[in-house]
Design a protein around this ligand. Structure first.
Ligand code: HEC
Ligand code: HEC
Length: 293
C-alpha cells in the first residue's frame, strides 16, 4: 500500500522543485507527520530538500486558523486557495520554501495588508501559528489530490476530452504513440504522480513514481566576456546558476544582469499545468491514462 504521508512529503518537495526548476537532493521522503521538529528546523533555512520538509504542528495550525479568519481569509479564502483579492497560497513558491515562518514572517513584516492590523503588528507567535495553518492547508490539498480512492473515481471519457482539448496533452503526447500502454506500466497512483511531476522519477531522485525519466532540464550560460557554456542544470536561484557540461565538468556563476541565462525546460508544460489543473481534471485524466492498456 502507498504510504500516504511519505507520498505527500515527496509531492510537496517535488512541487517546489518543479516550480523552481531546481534539483532536489536524492529523495529519502521524510515522513510528513511525526518527524522530529528539531530535524526539520535549522537545516538550510529557506532551502528545499526532501529531508527538511515543514512538519505541520496540528495545535499551532489550529491556533493559526483564528488568526487566519481574522486577518487573511477575506483575500486568500477559507482554504488558502485564493480569491480575486489575494493569491493562491497552495501553489506559492514562498510558502513551499517556508520553514516555520522563516519566509512568511519576513514577508508579512514587510507590510503585507491584513484585515484589521498592519501585518507588522502581528506577534511572532501569531505569525508562526498562521504559517502553520497555511502549511496545514497545503498538506490537506496535496493529500486530497493524491487520495487513492479519488484516483479511481475519475471519468475516462472526460479525461480523454481534457487530453485532446483544454489540457493540450496531445500537442506532445499520443495515446497510441508514446503513451500507448502507459496504464499497464504504472499503478494509478504512480501514473498520477508521473503526469503531475514527470521529472520526479529521474535525475537520481529515487523512483517512487516509476521509471526514471531520461529527459533533463538544460541551461546555456553566456558570460559577458566568455563563450556560452551549455549543460544539464544543477542548480539555479536568484543568486547563482550551475551546470554540468557533457564532459561531466561542473561550472558555476554568480548571477548578474550581464550574465545571460537561457533555460530549456522540457517539463515547462507540466509545471504550468499545476497552476491550472483542477482535482477533477486530475482524476479524469488519470482514469483515461489508466484505460490505455
Ligand atoms: C487585502 C487583501 C489581503 C489580505 C488581508 C492578506 N493578503 Fe496575502 N496577499 C494578497 C495579495 C494581493 C497577494 C499577492 C501580491 C503580493 O505578493 O503582495 C498576497 C500574497 C501573499 C503571500 C505571498 C504569496 C507568494 O507566493 O508570493 C503570502 C504568504 C500571504 N499573502 C499571506 C497572507 C497572510 C498569512 C495573511 C493574513 C495574516 C494575508 N496574506 C492577508 C492579499 C492579501
Ligand atoms: C509541451 C509538451 C508537453 C505537454 C503539453 C504535456 N506533456 Fe506530458 N510529458 C512531456 C515530457 C517532456 C515528459 C517527460 C518524458 C520523459 O521523460 O520520458 C512528459 C511526461 C508525461 C508522462 C509520464 C510518461 C512516462 O512514461 O513516465 C505522462 C503520463 C504525461 N506526460 C501526461 C501528460 C498529460 C496528461 C498532459 C496534458 C494534461 C501532458 N502530459 C502534457 C511533455 C509534455
Amino acid at each position: 500500500m502507498l504510504d500516504m504521508g511519505r507520498a505527500c512529503a515527496r509531492i510537496a518537495v517535488l512541487a517546489a522543485a518543479a516550480v523552481l526548476g531546481a534539483q532536489a537532493p536524492p529523495g529519502r521522503g521524510a515522513p510528513a507527520q511525526g518527524a522530529g521538529r528539531g530535524g526539520g528546523r535549522g537545516i538550510s533555512p529557506g532551502g528545499v530538500g526532501s529531508d527538511d520538509k515543514h512538519v505541520v504542528d496540528a495545535a499551532a495550525a489550529d491556533r493559526g486558523r483564528k488568526v487566519w479568519a481574522a486577518e487573511c481569509i477575506n483575500c486568500h479564502g477559507t482554504h488558502a486557495r485564493g480569491t480575486d483579492r489575494g493569491a493562491d497560497l497552495i501553489r506559492s513558491v514562498l510558502v513551499l520554501h517556508d520553514r516555520y515562518a522563516n519566509e512568511i514572517g519576513p514577508f508579512l513584516k514587510k507590510g503585507h495588508p491584513t484585515q484589521t492590523t498592519p501585518a507588522a503588528n502581528l506577534t511572532q507567535s501569531q505569525i508562526e501559528d498562521v504559517a502553520q495553518f497555511v502549511h496545514f492547508e497545503v498538506y490537506q490539498t496535496m493529500r486530497s489530490a493524491l487520495d487513492v480512492q479519488d484516483v479511481l473515481t475519475g471519468d475516462p471519457k472526460a479525461g480523454a476530452a481534457y487530453f485532446a482539448g483544454e489540457g493540450k496533452c496531445n500537442t506532445c503526447h499520443s495515446p497510441t504513440g508514446d503513451l500507448a500502454g502507459v496504464g499497464k506500466k504504472y499503478s494509478p497512483v504512480n501514473l498520477q504522480q508521473r503526469f503531475l511531476f514527470p521529472q520526479g522519477g529521474g535525475r537520481g531522485r529515487g523512483g517512487r513514481g516509476g521509471a526514471a525519466s531520461s529527459t533533463q532540464i538544460t541551461v546555456t550560460v553566456t558570460p559577458p566576456t566568455g563563450p556560452a557554456v551549455s549543460g544539464v542544470l544543477v542548480q539555479m536561484d536568484d543568486f547563482n546558476v550551475s551546470l554540468r557540461d557533457s564532459s561531466g565538468e561542473y561550472h558555476s556563476w554568480k548571477r548578474t544582469p550581464s550574465l545571460k541565462v537561457e533555460k530549456h525546460n522540457p517539463f515547462a508544460a507540466h509545471e504550468a499545468l499545476l497552476d491550472t489543473i483542477t482535482d477533477k481534471n486530475i482524476h479524469d485524466t488519470v482514469a483515461y491514462l489508466e484505460s490505455l492498456k
